[in-house]
Design a protein around this ligand. Structure first.
Ligand code: PRP
Length: 216
């Protein structure tokens, strides 16, 4: 193994913005901007190697040490509880995990609630805190369809703008937990490469708080 710092970035709508933060914090890698299908990019000068992975896989790479650090959504961290350190909140990819239902839904607390979700662990924990009996229906996508077709009473899913719910005649019902992107670190890397990881985390944190102050 070489001495590069391996950084897992979430591919997709959040990914480019996440990379921007690393670049602005001084850890750029110009080749990443080239429009190609490559998944791994290196910058010998700053000693960083970036790779694009599925957002829900970032925590797996980091937990197992294939990546030293990475950026993962709080939803994934809460759902899979990976054994990693959470270093800072990037204050981006801000959304919330919410319960949603059909516009005319009326809850009957006496009955077991049928809940469709991609996040069974977050869902179980939430309803157990409310001492509510539920029947979990684990789906892998297009969760919004479940209450429409009568597969479930409600859904627990990510709501950002609320457009997906609205366009499917659903409404948010309760907020389960706020979500945003987090910088995470492998525990062994954090110990043995603390100098560089702390430096990156501090630079990112500074950039994030500067940006936040500007928006105030
Ligand atoms: C999430 C979520 C909703 C949508 C909400 O899906 O599952 O479908 O975003 O966003 P909105 O409130 O702005 O409409 P995502 O696009 O992340 O894809 P996924 O279904 O593959 O998780």
């Amino acid at each position: 193994m070489d001495n590069m710092l391996n950084i897992a970035l979430p591919k997709g709508r959040l990914g480019e913005k996440v990379y921007d933060i690393f670049e602005k914090a001084g850890y750029g890698c110009p080749s990443i901007r080239e429009n190609n299908r490559k998944l791994i990019f290196e910058n010998e000068e700053t000693g960083v190697r970036y790779f694009w992975v599925k957002p829900s896989d970032v925590a797996i790479y980091v937990e197992r040490g294939a990546a030293d650090i990475g950026v993962a959504g709080k939803d994934i961290l809460l759902e899979y509880n990976p054994d990693v350190y959470e270093l800072c909140d990037l204050k981006m990819g801000v959304c919330r995990m919410a319960v949603a239902a059909k516009n005319d839904f009326v809850d009957n607390p006496e009955k077991t609630l049928r809940v469709a979700t991609k996040f069974p662990n977050i869902t179980k924990k939430y309803y157990s805190s409310l001492s509510r009996e539920i029947d979990i229906i684990k789906l892998n996508g297009s969760i919004e369809i479940a209450p429409i077709l009568g597969l479930s009473d409600v859904i627990v899913d990510i709501v950002e703008t609320g457009t997906t719910l609205k366009e499917n005649n659903l409404r948010p019902y309760e907020t389960v937990v706020p979500i945003s992107a987090r910088l995470i670190s492998n525990k062994v890397s954090y110990k043995f490469r603390n100098d560089v990881i702390s430096k990156i985390a501090a630079a990112i944190e500074e950039y994030v708080s500067e940006k936040e102050n500007k928006n105030d």
